[in-house]
Design a protein around this ligand. Structure first.
Ligand SMILES: [Zn+2]
Length: 242
């Protein structure tokens, strides 16, 4: 009886002590492990000098493989657009590298020959270039919406205008036949937008460039000597040889 009873509390105490030690021990080990992981993580984060963006971005989403995962799948994710959290953060770092290759391919297709200053007559080209520079200094961009046109294009425009206005006579107030058109000769230029038309209407005489017709605020020709007053405007175009 006396031998049986004492060991029971001892065993209970031992098991309680062991469990407490065990819990404390496991806790200490876990705590030290997490501390160690944090230190290792900090050391890795500080060590990666060249890729601070990649490591910080991928760390919250994916723990272990930061360098390999975001780099390779991003191009395919951009096309499929099926990825959840990582691509929006990683894509901005890659866009700047892809944009420069896209931009130069777009620009040549946007500016057609008709919208270029190159097809204009030497006189109009020279004067308009000076006017463009002066306008830019005033914060206005003179854009050529239509410069030199081919005879075929001019005829097409005239045919469309005849359909629109109902007669040849009415149409030629807006679109002259190819043999009379200053655009086909490279001696006329249409300018946009509205602020640019207004600027050139007001200042064009300084460069010898004048608005010609009342009904076309966008149409300009080299009609005066630079610095001289522009001739009076005509109400509209008339199909005649100049
Ligand atoms: Zn015109």
């Amino acid at each position: 009886m006396s031998n049986d009873q004492p060991p029971r509390p001892n065993r209970v105490v031992r098991t309680r002590l062991l469990s407490v030690i065990g819990v404390v021990g496991v806790g200490a080990v876990l705590g030290s492990l997490t501390l160690w992981h944090q230190q290792v993580g900090d050391a890795l984060g500080l060590g990666a000098d060249k890729e601070p963006v990649v490591s910080t971005v991928s760390a919250p989403a994916i723990g272990a493989p930061p360098a390999t995962v975001p780099v390779t799948p991003t191009p395919s994710r951009r096309t499929t657009t099926g990825a959840p959290a990582v691509p929006p953060k990683t894509s901005p770092t890659k866009r700047p590298t892809q944009q420069p290759t896209k931009k130069p391919t777009k620009k040549p297709t946007q500016v057609s020959r008709e919208e270029s200053i190159d097809g204009l007559s030497p006189t109009l080209k020279k004067r308009l270039t000076k006017a463009m520079t002066a306008a830019k200094a005033d914060g206005v961009t003179l854009r050529i919406t239509s410069g030199r046109r081919s005879a075929a294009k001019q005829q097409r425009l005239l045919d469309e205008a005849i359909r629109k206005y109902g007669s040849y006579k009415a149409a030629t107030r807006w679109v002259l036949p190819p043999k009379y058109s200053a655009h086909v000769q490279g001696k006329a230029v249409d300018i946009g937008p509205a602020a640019a038309m207004a600027w050139l209407d007001k200042n064009g005489w300084r460069y010898g460039v004048c608005r010609r017709y009342d009904n076309e605020p966008w149409h300009f020709e080299a009609l005066t000597t630079p610095g001289r007053k522009c001739p009076p405007r005509e109400p509209y175009a008339v199909a005649r040889a100049d």
